[in-house]
Each structure stands twice: as C-alpha cells, then as structure tokens.
Design a binder for this molecule. Structure first.
Ligand code: ZN
Length: 202
C-alpha cells in the first residue's frame, strides 16, 4: 500500500504504518489538548498508541497461526481504521482458515485477561464502558478496548474475522462455494440490520 513507512521487521513480517495513522495521532493530540492541555494531549496519544499496539498484536496472532500452516505474511500495515495482515495465500482447509481467523481475536482475549488479572480482577464492566472518560484508569480502558475488539471482529460478516470463522464452520459440512455464499449473505443481512438500527437510533 502506498504512503506507508516501514518501521521494523519481526519474524519475516514487515510492519508498516500508513501516513494517515500519523495524522490521526496529531488530531488526537489537538483534540485532547483543547480539553485538558498538554498532559491530557500526551495521555491521549499514549492511549491510542497502546490501542494500536494491541491491534498489531492481533494481526501478528493471524500471522503466527498462518505460519503454523506454512503460509507467510510479508507485511502488516497499520491504518487509522485498524490493522491489515497481508497473507501470502489463503488456506485451503476450512480448519486452517478457522484457526487463522480466530487467532487474532484470541490475542485480544489474552491481553484483556492479563490486564484484568494484573488489576486483581477489580475492573468492573461499568468502568470498562467509560472508554471515553479520560479520568478512568488507562489500563481499565485498554482492557475495555480489547474486549470491544474481540466482539467487533467476531461479527460474522466479511471481511471481519467472524465472517471467516462462520465460513470455515459452514465449510466443514457444505462445499466451499456454498459456505462462502451463505456467509456473504449473512454478512449483507447484518450490514442491512446495523444500517437500519443506525437510522432508528440516530
Ligand atoms: Zn483479525
């Protein structure tokens, strides 16, 4: 992808950051600066960097699972909308696609569990929902974001991980083409449903 900078190479995978991600950081800095000054500005940037570190780990979860099946991941690109792991090829086996698709969200489950464990299990659901409250604890918010990432990515719609999980599960009983078609239809149905709900609650 054009306008991306290489920032390092881990286990044969080049980590790239798209220029728009830096623009996002600048925007976050100014947005927080207006509300709470310099300290709030840097805290806002630190939080976004921590969130995207979790996104990168999610993508490396996919890459590691793919490598287990002999599939290389030449690069992972970080965009303001999330991470993008470019696999050399897609697996042919439904079981392999299932494992590769689920490996990403599992990384976020582990991160959230580790944070909650580190906080002594005191992080309540209510605190986690206050992701936009700058006074809420940094780690509690980070755990909340990781739980959100799991739920968001497991929405069974392409190109979300959940869409691939659904197709892989269907493909254990149906043909690959039929499984793809049903998973795509469910994805479109969900997109329509969310769009409709969005109209109702706006
Ligand atoms: Zn993923």
């Amino acid at each position: 992808m054009g306008w991306s900078f290489n920032i390092g190479k881990i286990g044969g995978t080049v980590l790239r950051v798209h220029v728009t991600f830096f623009l996002l950081l600048v925007w976050i800095w100014f947005m927080h600066y207006q509300i709470g000054g310099t300290a709030a500005a840097w805290e806002g940037v630190a939080f976004i960097v921590a969130v995207f570190a979790c996104v990168v780990l999610h993508e490396f979860g996919h890459a590691l699972a793919a490598r287990h099946y002999g599939i290389k991941t030449p690069d992972i690109t970080l965009l303001p909308i999330g991470g993008l792991a470019r696999l050399e090829r897609m697996p042919e086996e439904p079981r392999q696609e299932l494992v590769i698709a689920i490996a990403g969200p599992m990384v976020n489950v582990v991160i959230a569990a580790l944070i909650i464990f580190a906080l002594g299990g005191t992080a309540g659901i209510e605190q986690m929902l206050q992701v936009e409250d700058p006074r809420a604890d940094f780690l509690v918010r980070l755990a909340g974001v990781n739980i959100f990432l799991v739920l968001f990515n497991l929405i069974p719609a392409f190109p979300m991980d959940g869409g691939r999980v659904l197709r892989a599960l269907l493909a254990t009983r149906l043909s690959w083409a039929k499984a793809t078609q049903i998973a795509a239809n469910i994805g479109q149905g969900l997109a329509f449903l969310f769009g409709f709900l969005g109209l109702l609650y706006n």
